[in-house]
Design a protein around this ligand. Structure first.
Ligand code: ZN
Ligand code: ZN
Length: 148
């Protein structure tokens, strides 16, 4: 089996990247930071080690840091405003959002099996109850209390 490569891009396509191999984490995050920054009840977030992340087009990238997390450098598109990736200087991981991965003709994420979410994290601050089979954790999967 070949190593999975997922291509991600902003809304307008001006900035894009690839992530290679299995993610260190793939989960639906219900934390308030993800909710507010994405305007969404929860977001499919993935962490990859630095060695697995590469920009394909980054000329239109604008970087910024938000209060409370100075170790996280976030990258957004100057043209469409979408944030596509952030680098954590503490862990040397990149965070990306699975919703931005390339889809097939039917709209499904390509090669989903290799990157599928395994849990709901920071579930305590959820805005909607989820009834799927995945574990619900009050922090990170396996490193916090499992709620459901
Ligand atoms: Zn863009
Ligand atoms: Zn979050």
């Amino acid at each position: 089996m070949s190593t999975p490569i997922h291509a991600g891009a902003c809304f307008c396509g001006a900035i894009s990247y690839t992530v290679t191999g299995k993610p260190a984490l793939s989960a639906y995050c219900h934390c308030t930071r993800c909710q507010i920054m994405n305007g969404s009840a929860f977001i499919w977030t993935l962490h990859f080690p630095s060695s697995a992340f590469a920009w394909t087009h980054s000329a239109a990238t604008d970087t910024y840091i938000t209060d409370g997390k100075p170790w996280k450098t976030r990258h957004r598109c100057k043209k469409c405003g979408s944030c596509v990736a952030s680098h954590n200087a503490k862990t040397d991981n990149w965070s990306v959002w699975g919703v931005q991965f390339e889809r097939d003709e039917s709209g499904a994420t390509k090669d989903l099996d290799s990157v599928k979410p395994t849990a709901h994290i920071f579930y305590e601050t959820r805005l909607v109850d989820i009834t799927d089979e995945l574990g619900k954790w009050d922090g990170y999967e396996g490193k916090s209390t499992r709620m459901l």
